[in-house]
Design a protein around this ligand. Structure first.
Ligand SMILES: Cc1cc2nc3c(=O)[nH]c(=O)nc-3n(C[C@H](O)[C@H](O)[C@H](O)COP(=O)(O)O)c2cc1C
Length: 336
């Protein structure tokens, strides 16, 4: 792998990687094969283990370690308290933790005692300052255009510099809307120390994504997503999210966006997964093994989806993002 220099290298130095591109936690799509492929390409792969049981999470960590000797991370969502999986992660020697949606302070010191690094995703300056006070090592600033669970209420372009100023000298990663090398270069221009990329990696061959969902991602434009507070039943209150517009969002909008309990065709079984029946308005990331009416399911995606047009290997995506950004840096450095 060619050695390239990156501006603002404190993040890559901290986590010992070569390319400051993190494959974001993208729920159940972020399987060992995906995380390992990104890490093997020099970026940082992240397992999406929010809500996972201890044994399944342990298997995912071990499988990833069998596929790569490079650093990778685990992501958990604090609304599904990870108190049972966290000690297992420590036992397994996980060295990079990513937290989202809540207070991770009780885990920070325990992670640091094990010489691990803690990342925390935030959607505002206040939240970033709180996370810095808890002692986290890296802040992920997630803008409103992001896919999946969305913490940000303003765009990445606006949020990122404000968060960087608020928590300096902590490294800050940019999340939301970064889907090609131009976005990577823009994030670095704003002072980011790396990027946290979700939607683009839904197109990676190694991501566990149902073929219909992937096709919808590849065909979608930036206007094809919907951001709502309560379209899908996320599992906790006040959980805004962004998905592709689909049959279910259209039904719900036509009915005037009624609250849960009064939605059209609520309670309808629309498919099945390894965990059982999939209900309309249910929360899952449709993976390759999900059967049924995928069009009606929660197909999380950010507005950057309009830039995602090809299925590629995760390594190709990682390298392409990095190479495009490097070419932009060189061009900007040329006089005239
Ligand atoms: C399919 C999907 C699932 C997601 N699941 C999670 C998750 O489990 N944990 C988490 O911290 N963030 C999750 N997110 C948010 C991402 O980590 C990230 O913030 C977002 O994808 C960045 O914006 P982008 O999609 O424009 O790249 C998810 C996003 C997507 C698209």
């Amino acid at each position: 792998m060619p050695t390239r220099s990156w501006p603002n290298s404190m993040f890559i130095d901290k986590v010992a990687i070569e390319i400051p591109i993190v494959q974001a936690a993208i729920g159940g799509a972020a399987v060992p094969e995906l995380a390992a492929a990104v890490s093997n390409a020099g970026g940082l792969g992240m397992l999406g283990l929010g809500g996972e049981m201890v044994d399944a999470a342990r298997m995912a960590v071990r499988k990833t370690r069998a596929l790569t000797s490079r650093p990778f991370g685990v992501n958990v969502i604090l609304q599904w308290p990870p108190d049972d999986v966290f000690p297992m992660f420590l036992d397994e020697g996980v060295s990079i933790y990513s937290f989202f949606w809540g207070d991770c302070s009780r885990f920070v010191q325990r992670a640091h005692r094990a010489n691990a690094i803690v990342l925390h995703s935030v959607g505002s300056v206040d939240e970033a300052k709180r996370a810095a006070d808890w002692g986290v090592d890296v802040i992920v600033a997630q803008g409103h255009e992001a896919g999946g669970h969305v913490r940000g209420t303003v765009s990445t372009m606006v949020l990122l510099p404000a968060v960087i100023d608020a928590v300096a000298p902590l490294p800050v990663l940019a999340a939301g809307g970064i889907a090609d090398g131009r976005g990577v270069a823009a994030a670095f221009s704003l002072g980011a120390a790396g990027v946290w990329v979700g939607t683009r990696f839904l197109a990676a061959t190694e991501a566990s994504v149902h073929p219909y969902y992937r096709q919808r991602v590849l065909a979608a434009t930036a206007n094809d997503t919907i951001y709502t507070d309560d379209l899908f039943d996320i599992g906790w209150p006040d959980a805004p999210h962004r998905t592709l517009k689909n049959e279910t969002s259209e039904l719900w909008e036509k009915a005037g966006r009624p609250p849960t309990g009064n939605r059209p065709r609520q309670g309808e079984v629309i498919g099945s997964s390894a965990d059982g029946s999939v209900m309309r308005y249910g929360c899952l990331t449709p993976s390759a093994d999900v059967a049924g009416n995928i069009e009606a399911m929660s197909m999380w995606a950010g507005q950057g989806v309009g830039l995602v047009t090809r299925e590629q290997s995760a390594a190709d995506i990682t390298r392409e993002l990095a190479d495009e950004a490097q070419r932009i840096f060189s061009r900007l450095a040329q006089p005239g």
